[in-house]
Write a protein that binds this ligand. Sequence first.
Ligand SMILES: *[C@@H]1O[C@H](CO)[C@@H](O)[C@H](O)[C@H]1NC(C)=O
Ligand SMILES: *[C@@H]1O[C@H](CO)[C@@H](O)[C@H](O)[C@H]1NC(C)=O
Ligand SMILES: *[C@@H]1O[C@H](CO)[C@@H](O)[C@H](O)[C@H]1NC(C)=O
Ligand SMILES: *[C@@H]1O[C@H](CO)[C@@H](O)[C@H](O)[C@H]1NC(C)=O
Ligand SMILES: *[C@@H]1O[C@H](CO)[C@@H](O)[C@H](O)[C@H]1NC(C)=O
Ligand SMILES: *[C@@H]1O[C@H](CO)[C@@H](O)[C@H](O)[C@H]1NC(C)=O
Ligand SMILES: *[C@@H]1O[C@H](CO)[C@@H](O)[C@H](O)[C@H]1NC(C)=O
Ligand SMILES: *[C@@H]1O[C@H](CO)[C@@H](O)[C@H](O)[C@H]1NC(C)=O
Length: 461
Amino acid sequence: MNGHFLLISSCTLFLQFFSELTTAAAGDTLIPTQFLSYNQTLVSSNKTFELGFFTPSNSDKWYLGIWYNKIPVHTVVWVANKDTPLYDSSGVLKIGNNGNLVLLNRMDSIIWSSTNHSAVVSNLVVCQLLDSGNLVVRYGNNNEPKSYIWQSFDYPSDTLFGGMKLGWDLKNGLNRHLTSWKSPSDPSPGIYTYEMDIRGSPQLVLRNGSVKLFRSGLWNGVRFIGTPELNNNPDFRPVFVSNDEEMYYKFDVENISVISRFILRPSGLLQRLTWNNRSQEWLVMLTVGNDQCDNYGLCGGYGTCNINNAPVCGCLQGFTPKSPQDYDQLNWSGGCIRRTPLSCNNRDGFRKFNALKLPDSSSSWVNKNMNLKDCEKLCLKNCSCTAYTNPDITGTMSSCVMWFGDLVDIRQLMAGRQSLYVRMAASELGMCYSAMPYHSLTSLSCSDMQLFLTFAQKSKI
Ligand SMILES: *[C@@H]1O[C@H](CO)[C@@H](O)[C@H](O)[C@H]1NC(C)=O
Ligand SMILES: *[C@@H]1O[C@H](CO)[C@@H](O)[C@H](O)[C@H]1NC(C)=O
Ligand SMILES: *[C@@H]1O[C@H](CO)[C@@H](O)[C@H](O)[C@H]1NC(C)=O
Ligand SMILES: *[C@@H]1O[C@H](CO)[C@@H](O)[C@H](O)[C@H]1NC(C)=O
Ligand SMILES: *[C@@H]1O[C@H](CO)[C@@H](O)[C@H](O)[C@H]1NC(C)=O
Ligand SMILES: *[C@@H]1O[C@H](CO)[C@@H](O)[C@H](O)[C@H]1NC(C)=O
Ligand SMILES: *[C@@H]1O[C@H](CO)[C@@H](O)[C@H](O)[C@H]1NC(C)=O
Ligand SMILES: *[C@@H]1O[C@H](CO)[C@@H](O)[C@H](O)[C@H]1NC(C)=O
């Protein structure tokens, strides 16, 4: 570090000084005596990612961003100055006086800054673009991720790629989530967000403003049920971490030649894309929002969505449409009600439903150290407890989730080992019930039902 550096206070002088005395920043690191302007970039050491200035298509504004370096289709995965574009190419990125990464415009005004942290010795700080795609500000002599002063992974844009966390740093109250761009030519925050809701049992939620559009379902020990993931893709390994300090989802890509990302489109579509090296284009692997059953709460309370049925909505066994006329006219918003009211004493019981996307758990109650039997007992004791389960299918976690109030946003899956135990009046729990569409069950008593089933079996209807 050279001594003159500290003596120069005027920003303009400062820049002149550097443009005369330093070469363009090269490699993956920016040091305090360097700066980056529109025609320079940082490239991560494996040449995977590149940081620099860009203008979105159909826009004449400039932004600082990160994109894939090895892909010919310019694909921006992170933007710094989303809200504060540069109106010409005169932007400059450098390490500011207090160790922040700062972006200056033509007037030398700071239009974006990495963060406001208390005094850091700025001449010891460097900024590095890592091969993971993470832009970090750190002390030059300290590579420890725990000691990073700032990192772009904490402030995602509309894209989640391998290694990035979607979720909470609980200690610092940091909620890392995706926000759509306003339009393909404007990276400023749009109305859609995709984030981890950590109330009750954690789940990933896609929102339009404050309105829920889609919900991932609960973590089953391997993945979030109902998220767009390829079950049998060994390259793509979902991870969920939950402890006192952090709660987040991420995915690891095991094969480094596979390039894959989630993007939240300006239209609200959440997609998973994978780069195809042969055809040289991004292939859409999955889209959330295309499937009718993805619509949050489509079938109403105690309704269940089955994409293979027509119509897709029905009531859980033991429930009947609240407004049969509306339900028959494919207006399912009123949902379903119990056929037999609860007695709210120990004579209630539970019916097990298999292979479900479990209901919205944002007002559920979780105990991570309670077995299923105790979970049932506790739920039975409290009349407002409507269901319980252990969402873990790996057999490694004894965990109890209890639901209070209506069960919303349930989906029947073709396969899946998560079950739900739903509170029922004792008289509902005879052996006579089988998986029948709601309308054939609504007015039959238990003995009628048995007769019907025998008849149905004999006459093969
Ligand atoms: C960047 O642009 C400046 C002025 O526009 C020019 O002097 C410089 O040579 C350019 N650098 C590179 C690496 O192209
Ligand atoms: C950073 O600090 C300055 C001065 O203390 C303050 O005006 C500004 O609002 C802060 N910015 C953020 C993003 O906290
Ligand atoms: C970077 O390259 C090295 C050597 O080729 C490799 O071992 C490493 O996995 C690569 N890292 C990333 C993040 O691609
Ligand atoms: C999101 O909400 C806006 C109005 O608030 C509406 O115009 C738009 O259609 C909604 N988008 C989706 C995907 O529901
Ligand atoms: C990694 O992915 C590439 C491209 O899809 C494929 O050709 C290669 O066989 C994969 N390697 C392994 C070890 O699976
Ligand atoms: C992509 O394809 C080119 C040839 O078309 C090949 O040279 C390159 O190694 C491939 N990259 C990967 C990651 O498979
Ligand atoms: C749909 O059903 C709900 C309640 O069942 C009712 O309040 C609403 O008016 C219905 N909407 C339409 C468009 O019929
Ligand atoms: C039942 O559970 C609800 C929600 O946790 C709680 O507010 C209520 O006090 C409980 N009632 C009893 C009798 O324990």
